[in-house]
Ligand binder design. Structure first.
Ligand SMILES: *Cc1c(COP(=O)(O)O)cnc(C)c1O
Length: 355
């Protein structure tokens, strides 16, 4: 039986989006494709507040995380480890032989502008990677403040952002905040099936890419740009997903961008309230995520058993990540889920646990 997903990716997909995937196939060098590409990209630029470049990558987000590091890091990159996904980015840099330093905080804590300033002031860096919303801990890092700091004090340092679980769930002002690369897969707050990654690339990042060697072909910004100006992609794009994304952008515009972000805040507030009443919040309350809540399992309930019971009622949540398995569980509230959905979920949990 299918379950309604309250896990932080893939997220629940509405029927209208599933239907938008079921189009007759079109050739990717046909004008039908470039018309579609040329429709969706401007919508994304407006949504993300950027006049820079936007590329569509047929890959999961991890592919573009690797690609972005390979495109812009010449000297040394600063990694900011606050959980599993930011740790993955550091691993990617390591596996690609990039020189790096890593700021590390405990899971549940945020990366602050002061920490970034401390490291960058030592000099020698040409890029910094930030995970906007650390999905493993439910922490939203202060991206605007970090972006402003780098823009003002370290204009030559490029800022790369993993916005995988925040983009389309909370506002991101790419240009104003001085962000050079911002990427997200569609299976999180965009509420599409997996397989497509959206990335914004600034002029500075594209210029940097021209000076970096051995950046491969598939995620090469220069190659992507060469095709983007023709409303195409170098390799076969994920056409069905791009059609669904185009439909989803229209639905987002129809809902109202501000309303969409408010709905995420409302869902987060509800789940946080429920968590405080029945368990405890694990992560720093100053930086709570609008898209996923990390519940501290203070009652020591069996999370696997809870999920088995929820499955019988047609729902699924996530266990704690890595070291937090069993110690925490996570409720995602992103994409096209509504406040009524998270209310329903917590009612099921209340009944199952007798809360
Ligand atoms: C899910 C997620 C990823 C990995 O995305 P894939 O599409 O599985 O590659 C990376 N970063 C964050 C913050 C995520 O939530």
């Amino acid at each position: 039986m299918y379950k309604k997903l309250f896990i932080p990716g893939p997220t629940h997909v509405d029927d209208e989006i599933l239907e938008a995937m079921a189009i007759p196939m079109i050739g990717h060098r046909d004008t039908l494709y470039s018309d579609l590409h040329g429709e969706v990209v401007p919508k994304l630029k407006k949504f993300l507040n950027t006049t820079g470049h936007v590329y569509l990558s047929a890959s999961s987000s991890t592919g573009m995380m690797e690609g972005s590091v390979r495109n812009v890091v010449n000297k040394k990159v600063l990694m900011t480890d606050c959980g599993a996904f930011s740790k993955r980015w550091a691993q990617i840099a390591e596996f690609n032989g990039k020189d790096m330093d890593v700021i590390k905080v405990e899971m549940g804590q945020a990366i602050t502008p002061e920490m970034v300033d401390d490291y960058l002031s030592k000099g020698g860096f040409d890029a910094v990677c930030i995970t906007h919303n650390e999905t493993s801990t439910g922490v939203l890092n202060p991206l605007e403040e970090i972006g402003e700091l780098i823009k003002e004090k370290y204009p030559d340092v490029l800022i790369l952002v993993d916005a995988v679980s925040s983009m389309a769930g909370t506002d991101i002002k790419v240009d104003d905040w001085g962000l050079d690369v911002v990427l997200a897969g569609t299976q999180k707050a965009f509420a599409l099936p997996p397989g497509l990654c959206v990335v914004t690339v600034s002029e500075a990042a594209l210029e940097r890419s021209a000076s970096v060697e051995n950046k491969g072909y598939y995620f090469n910004f220069e190659v992507l740009e060469k095709y983007a100006v023709k409303n195409q992609t170098p390799a076969t794009p994920a056409i069905s997903l791009i059609n669904a994304l185009n439909v989803q952008m229209d639905r987002i515009i129809e809902e109202g961008v501000e309303n969409r972000f408010q709905r995420h805040n409302d869902m987060a507030e509800f789940v946080q309230g429920w968590t405080k009443k029945n368990f405890d919040l694990y992560s720093d309350e100053k930086y709570l995520s609008p898209t996923v809540t990390n519940v501290h399992n203070t009652r020591g309930i069996d999370v696997v058993e809870l999920n088995a019971e929820l499955a019988k009622r047609g729902a699924m949540l996530s266990n704690g990540y890595g070291a937090l398995k069993g110690k925490c569980f996570r409720i995602a509230h992103m994409g096209d889920l509504q406040v009524a959905d998270v209310k329903w979920l917590t009612e099921q949990i209340d009944e199952i646990l007798g809360l």
